[in-house]
Design a protein around this ligand. Structure first.
Ligand SMILES: NC(=O)c1ccc[n+]([C@@H]2O[C@H](COP(=O)([O-])OP(=O)(O)OC[C@H]3O[C@@H](n4cnc5c(N)ncnc54)[C@H](O)[C@@H]3O)[C@@H](O)[C@H]2O)c1
Length: 365
């Protein structure tokens, strides 16, 4: 696992097949095409050492197929480490469907996608991601058992977002404990960027804790709704990345910590739900360390959702889900301390724990 994840434009320069598919040791990549329904999907199976590759399906109108390939590979790799660091017996996988979820998603397309998932005999298990609803997973369930995130009425664990938000909250509190010596967030100024499913639930936890919550979103209507519901403040500045706050919680898009933004942050802590927050894992992880910004690794603290779907597979109840999610606090604290001891970025420290768990299992087989 020594190869950096490539950017889409770099991907184009690599060798056309294994030069790409093998990058960062992907086990299998499946291209799914169906003319009748218009389905064009890619399933990335990064690693199955710890268990079946589980990860959601994203439907997105990618600008190019390169972007779709790059996205699925980045995301499936992330799932491997997320499950490994969380202690789940799951591998990492992800799927993308190329197209507009609002206009091109049909039950026929979802069923056809489900048939492709089924053809992998359980090596890949799908779930919801951007552009997908619980109802879509119910449709996939009609043709394959290898799907999670189905309706509670059909035996599923239901909406994962509140659990994800709780895990992020736990990770944020652990980061505060590490940085300030206390995990009490009362009075801390926390900027939540993206107040969607996870962001709103995080705002709820923070408000109850007595934090000063500042919100930012591209959806103006949502901003006023959440402001009124939680007595939050809408961010009024010109540059959200230069906001004068204590904690930045990215809960919208990935890669918001990049060459353009990283020098502008004034925060003590970054802890949020978005996947792949660091545009360049290794480099930006180190820059945050140099700037004395405590970064709670995304794939560690946003694992509540995967814990929720794992519970669905294992038949766990809500109590076990909450306990496992609460444990994100302890793991985060351990990883922040180990990064300090080993003088590495917190991202690297979390990755090491995940990679070690996979290596141990591989060696014990
Ligand atoms: N839902 C989960 O359980 C879960 C689990 C793990 C990771 N995540 C990640 O967390 C993030 C949020 O997930 P979600 O389910 O809440 O998504 P969501 O679509 O419900 O919410 C995203 C919010 O971000 C806003 N947004 C989009 N672009 C923005 C921008 N440039 N600036 C500010 N706001 C912007 C949207 O308007 C929306 O309100 C995503 O990156 C997702 O991949 C979610």
């Amino acid at each position: 696992m020594t190869v950096d994840v490539l950017k889409a434009n770099e991907l184009k320069k690599a060798a056309p097949v294994f030069g790409q598919l093998s990058f960062d040791d992907h086990e299998q990549v499946v291209f799914c095409n169906d003319k009748d329904t218009g389905l064009k999907a890619i399933i990335g199976i990064h690693n199955t050492v710890l268990g079946p590759a589980l990860g959601g399906t994203r439907m997105w109108n990618y600008q190019s197929e390169w972007d779709a390939v790059n996205d699925v590979l980045r995301l499936s790799r992330g799932m491997t480490f997320k499950s490994a660091v969380t202690g789940l017996n799951l591998g990492g996988g992800k799927a993308v469907i190329i197209g507009d979820a609002k206009t091109q998603k049909t039950p026929e397309l979802m069923r056809r996608f489900g048939e492709f998932v089924h053809s992998l005999s359980g090596k890949y298990i799908t779930a919801e991601d951007v552009g997908m609803e619980t109802a879509d997973m119910d449709t996939v369930r009609e043709v394959t058992p290898y799907v999670t995130g189905i309706s509670e009425s059909k035996g599923g664990a239901g909406n994962p977002s509140p659990i994800t938000a709780y895990g992020v909250f736990m990770g944020m509190k652990a980061a505060a404990k590490y940085r300030y010596g206390s995990d009490d967030l009362q009075g801390k100024r926390v900027l939540v960027q993206g107040i969607g499913h996870v962001g709103e639930s995080l705002v709820d936890h923070l408000t109850k804790e007595g934090a000063q919550v500042i919100i930012s979103d591209i959806n103006q209507q949502k901003l006023t709704e959440i402001r009124d519901r939680y007595n939050a403040t809408i961010y009024g500045g010109a540059d959200v990345y230069a906001a004068d706050v204590d904690i930045y919680a990215p809960c919208a898009l990935g890669a918001t910590i990049n060459d353009d933004t990283i020098e502008r942050f004034k925060v003590d802590i970054i802890a949020g739900a978005a996947n792949n927050q660091l545009a360049d894992d290794r480099r930006h992880g180190l820059v945050l360390r140099e700037k004395n910004i405590v970064y709670a690794p995304d794939f560690l603290i946003n694992a509540g959702g995967i814990i929720n779907v794992y519970a669905e597979l294992e038949g766990y109840g809500k109590k076990e889900i909450m306990e496992k999610t609460e444990n994100i606090y302890n793991t985060t604290l351990e990883i922040l301390n180990s990064a300090e001891v080993n003088d590495i970025s917190t991202h690297e420290a979390a990755l090491k724990v995940a990679q070690q768990r996979i290596a141990d299992r591989k060696n014990s087989k």
